[in-house]
Design a protein around this ligand. Structure first.
Ligand SMILES: Cc1cc2nc3c(=O)[nH]c(=O)nc-3n(C[C@H](O)[C@H](O)[C@H](O)COP(=O)(O)O)c2cc1C
Length: 216
């Protein structure tokens, strides 16, 4: 598969077939993940692969209860969309998100990305040196994992709503307190199709030399 096409057609896949994801496949994805960039090349990541059906089901239940709380808080804040197509797109995303919330535990495989809760902030005589969030050293690896999955015909979604109940996730999977659970990624063959998702055009979000300067 052409790399650029693979990137453009990687979108959130929330409905999966029953076809399994193999250990070789997930290890190929993690191989791609660990090739990702990290600040100072500290590689602050661990991956936890969940295949056991009972553990997946319990994790699915934690995810569903987190999602329900998230959606209840979110929906009242969403204003009506001006364009019908935007409303339709939002409706599809919510329907797919609910589907995932109800079925996450049935996905063929679940991968969690963990990050040690260390401070990467340096200090000098002038104070703290803000060089960015430590999460920025893990999410590129997660994206690499999802792109590698795409290249194998495996769909995925980066999720974080389980963080509302992160302590339950830690307890279930024996994750030490010193680790943050940065992402939970279900993997499986798409029940639908890969394809380019709707986005604002690149020109609309690109500035040249000074903020606000656009190319026509
Ligand atoms: C930081 C982050 C957190 C996300 N959390 C969730 C989540 O908890 N549940 C979910 O269904 N999707 C989650 N998503 C997926 C986004 O909803 C999705 O990437 C976005 O809607 C674009 O989807 P598309 O590529 O299919 O258009 C998350 C994405 C990111 C980057």
């Amino acid at each position: 598969m052409d790399m650029y096409d693979g990137i453009l057609t990687t979108r959130a896949i929330r409905r999966f077939t029953d076809e399994p994801v193999t250990e070789e496949e997930v290890m190929a994805c993690i191989r791609a993940a660990v090739q990702g960039p990290s600040g100072g090349n500290i590689q602050p990541w661990q991956f936890l692969v969940v295949t056991d059906p009972e553990t997946k089901a319990t994790l699915g239940d934690i995810y569903r209860r987190s999602y329900e709380r998230y959606e209840a808080a979110l929906l009242p804040l969403v204003p009506p969309f001006k364009r019908e197509e935007d409303q339709a797109s939002w409706n599809r995303t919510i329907a797919a998100s609910r589907h995932l919330a109800e079925h996450l535990g049935e996905a063929p495989m679940l991968v969690l990305a963990l990050m040690p809760a260390i401070s990467m902030t340096l200090t000098d005589a002038e104070g703290d040196l803000d060089v960015g969030t430590p999460y920025a050293s893990v999410y590129p690896a997660v994206q690499n994992l999802m792109l590698a999955a795409r290249s194998l015909g495996i769909g995925s979604t980066l999720t974080t709503v389980y963080r509302i109940r992160q302590d339950e996730v830690r307890e279930l999977l024996a994750i030490p307190e010193g680790y943050e659970v940065v992402a939970l990624v279900p993997l499986g063959r798409p029940a639908g199709k890969f394809g380019a998702a709707r986005r604002r055009p690149p020109e609309a979000v690109t500035h040249w030399n000074r903020f606000g300067e656009k190319r026509r």
